[in-house]
Design a protein around this ligand. Structure first.
Ligand SMILES: Cc1cc2nc3c(=O)[nH]c(=O)nc-3n(C[C@H](O)[C@H](O)[C@H](O)COP(=O)(O)OP(=O)(O)OC[C@H]3O[C@@H](n4cnc5c(N)ncnc54)[C@H](O)[C@@H]3O)c2cc1C
Length: 410
């Protein structure tokens, strides 16, 4: 069968990276995948993440002068996410959220942050980053999606950063962020004044050991055990003023850029999970005989397998096309435009619906064996649901799709 990735979108180096990650997943993740849910202290998880660091994933987005490879392509990032999520989407998240946290400082070419922290992240040892944006909701709303709703212009952000002399003083409460509590460095999304809206957004880098930073309990999730999500409390946390990513207005653009890239790679993750479940069910339904023939030779099952394939292929084409647009701003405009937010969100919303449906149908076709750990389909089912819920979920997602077509007021 021809390659599933269209070579109109991929460069030779993307295929090479795909092959490298695919063989890593087969060798290092597949054999231990079922143990990850029970790996409470992350002994296995950290070993795998160190293996990915050895492959150069951690340092790849950093500029060459800091020891990185200057990787910027959204297409490459999506493929990396699809391939890793075929193994374990929690591992994929824990590995790549570090890049997500670093993108604002790298895009802004913030020398102070790069000089201070990049050498650790481009070295041989595993270092983890966290993009701490989400906050709890309050009695009057806010938190969660209200922070990601571009129409609310960051007016619901509550984590406050105040400039005192040469330092930022930060107070606030963050929750849900991937690797929060275990990461070494945090890109904390703050506001200097919620009334300023987008002009008040300040993305400020805070190392884990900073005085005033504490962490609460780890959330007990249905899946994605390879990434931890402790609450984070910031009480009079002081860091140098140069550790703000850029400045008024620009930090909001950097935040919006992270929304778009986050949704694109989420689409890649969802497709990876759906593909893995599909591979499993295709084999299982070829082997198991019911009413005198393999399950997949029954037309009712063939129709379901066809729907899965239609979903997976169209979802992969959609994210590749949207990521390619992101990589060509000269033709499709700024990555932070409503147009690109809409395109990235189309890819994510569609891919997540496909993954939730494929894993669900795969379980049905495998009967009881779809529901046991042995075949991993139930794991993909648990894990992919999370991808649908984060980054604005399917409902705010739909509103963001509309923003690419008209001035939606919601
Ligand atoms: C495993 C995991 C990893 C995560 N990783 C990160 C991370 O790395 N960094 C980070 O900052 N956050 C992270 N999050 C947080 C995540 O992005 C948010 O939880 C998510 O965007 C939605 O917020 P919420 O869960 O509070 O839902 P809510 O905001 O309460 O939304 C609930 C429902 O309301 C809908 N909704 C929202 N706005 C509207 C609207 N205007 N109109 C109609 N419906 C609407 C939503 O789509 C959803 O269906 C993570 C969460 C989890 C569980």
């Amino acid at each position: 069968m021809p390659d599933e990735y269209l070579d109109v979108f991929l460069k030779d180096e993307d295929f090479m990276m795909r092959d490298m990650i695919r063989s890593f997943v087969d060798k290092e993740i597949m054999p231990v995948r079922q143990q990850i849910d029970d790996d409470k202290d992350h002994v296995i998880v950290r070993r795998i993440l160190q293996g990915l660091t050895d492959l150069g994933i951690q340092k790849s987005p950093f500029p060459p002068e800091y020891g990185g490879m200057g990787a910027k392509s959204a297409v490459s990032a999506c493929i990396l996410h699809e391939e890793l999520s075929r193994g374990d989407s929690g591992i994929c998240t824990a590995c790549n959220v570090t890049t997500w946290a670093w993108i604002p400082a790298i895009a802004a070419n913030n020398q102070a942050v790069l000089d201070r922290f990049a050498p650790e992240f481009t070295g041989k040892d595993l270092r983890m980053g966290c993009f701490s944006m989400t906050e709890p909701g309050g009695a009057h709303g806010g938190g969660g999606c209200d922070i990601e709703n571009v129409n609310l212009h960051a007016k619901k952000l509550r984590t406050k950063a105040t400039l005192e002399g040469d330092e930022w003083v930060i107070n606030g409460h963050k929750m849900w962020a991937s690797s929060q509590g275990v990461a070494d460095l945090y890109a904390v999304v703050c506001t200097t004044d919620p009334n300023l809206g987008d002009e008040g957004v300040a993305i400020i880098y805070v190392p884990k050991e900073t005085k005033g930073v504490t962490f609460g309990k780890d959330e007990h999730k249905a899946g994605m055990a390879a990434e931890k999500n402790h609450s984070m409390y910031l009480e009079n946390v002081r860091v140098p003023k140069e550790w703000r990513a850029a400045g008024p207005g620009v930090d909001a653009e950097l935040l919006h850029n992270n929304f778009v890239i986050g949704r694109l790679v989420s689409a890649g993750m969802a497709v990876g999970q759906a593909q893995a479940a599909f591979d499993t069910v295709l084999k299982y339904t070829g082997d198991r005989i019911v009413a005198d023939r393999p399950i997949r030779q029954h037309s009712i099952a063939a129709g379901m397998l066809a729907d899965m394939a239609i979903g997976i292929e169209t979802a992969r084409w959609a994210y590749l096309a949207a990521a390619w647009m992101y990589d060509h701003p000269e033709k499709y405009g700024a990555p932070t435009s409503h147009y690109m937010l809409s395109r990235g969100t189309i890819a994510k919303v569609h891919a997540c619906e496909v993954a939730v449906s494929v894993t669900n149908k795969a379980m049905e076709l495998m009967g009881s064996f779809g529901y046991v750990r042995e075949y991993d389909v139930e794991k993909y089912w648990r894990d992919c649901k999370m991808i649908q819920l984060w980054e604005g979920g399917a409902q705010l997602g739909r509103l963001d799709v509309c923003r690419g077509y008209y001035d939606l007021k919601l």
